[in-house]
Design a protein around this ligand. Structure first.
Ligand SMILES: N[C@@H](CCC(=O)N[C@@H](CS)C(=O)NCC(=O)O)C(=O)O
Length: 258
């Protein structure tokens, strides 16, 4: 089947919560592969009425004529088959492909979760910050809903992700462990995390680490480092200065074209 023909005649829809770093992973892939799409942004909790309609629950969710995709890794694999930019996110060579898959899974399952939980520990109770993070570009009715339901949504987020001071400390350790692993990979002199080209492993690392690296090229992040709680800012400065941090920031600088 010629997917690139299909994509020329259909408009792919990306359902998101604007601040979600898993959504940024997919947004970046779409931009990199030069695939036209429309992003439909939702406030957390309100997103469920849309995701349910397409057979999912979480975001990102991609709606296409070939079906609906409800997980960021499945989405990237699909996008890789239809992009016509000449860029590929997954190498052909089986060994390298396996390396990319393992790293992507590790970043999705651990880094993404720890970054979200650590960030929400500090920020999810702050209405003004969360208004910027969750509401920009969402339907008016959801923005009104946010103003009324913010205390409940905020409490629900902490409950669903089991966010406490202890879990935030454990998440920070998890982030440091992943950064150490990336430091070790880079120490072998590799230009990219797997192989000699940018792959889904690099993009996933940078997108999921972005909330603790604050790359200036990021299209959605809402806070500048000076606006963050001191404890948070000092961890971010420390992570930015690690080899993994410098690498993630470099990926945004070199490869994040909107
Ligand atoms: N493994 C999923 C994780 C996605 C995920 O955790 N999304 C969060 C936002 S960061 C979400 O939608 N949470 C709300 C929900 O699950 O209803 C992926 O890679 O797509």
């Amino acid at each position: 089947m010629n997917h690139s023909k299909i994509v020329n005649t259909e408009v792919i829809r990306l359902i998101t919560i604007p601040i979600s770093h898993y959504c940024e992973k997919v947004r970046w892939a779409l931009d990199l592969l030069q695939i036209p799409y429309i992003e439909e942004k939702h406030v957390p909790a309100f997103h469920r009425s849309t995701t349910r309609k397409y057979g999912g629950s979480s975001v990102p969710l991609l709606v296409t004529k070939s079906g609906n995709f409800t997980d960021s890794t499945d989405i990237l694999h699909y996008l890789d088959t239809i992009g016509s930019s000449g860029v590929s996110l997954y190498p052909e060579q089986p060994e390298l492909r396996r390396e990319v898959a393992e790293l992507e899974e590790l970043f999705d399952a651990r880094l993404g979760v720890d970054v979200r939980n650590w960030g929400y520990f500090y920020r999810s109770g702050d209405r003004a910050t969360m208004r910027k993070a969750w509401c920009k570009g969402t339907p008016v009715v959801e923005r009104v809903g946010f103003e009324i339901a913010f205390p409940f949504i905020s409490a629900k987020v902490r409950q669903v992700y089991s966010i406490t001071a202890e879990s935030a400390a454990a998440s920070l350790q998890g982030i440091r462990d992943i950064f150490d692993k990336v430091d070790r990979i880079l120490a072998s002199g590799k230009p990219y995390l797997a192989g000699d080209k940018l792959s889904a492993a690099d993009l996933t690392f940078a997108a999921l680490a972005a909330p603790v690296l604050l790359p200036p090229e990021h299209p959605v992040l809402v806070s500048k480092i000076e606006e963050l709680p001191i404890e948070m800012a000092s961890v971010i400065k420390e992570l930015q200065a690690t080899p993994a941090g410098v690498y993630g920031l470099g990926l945004y600088r070199e490869h994040r074209r909107v």
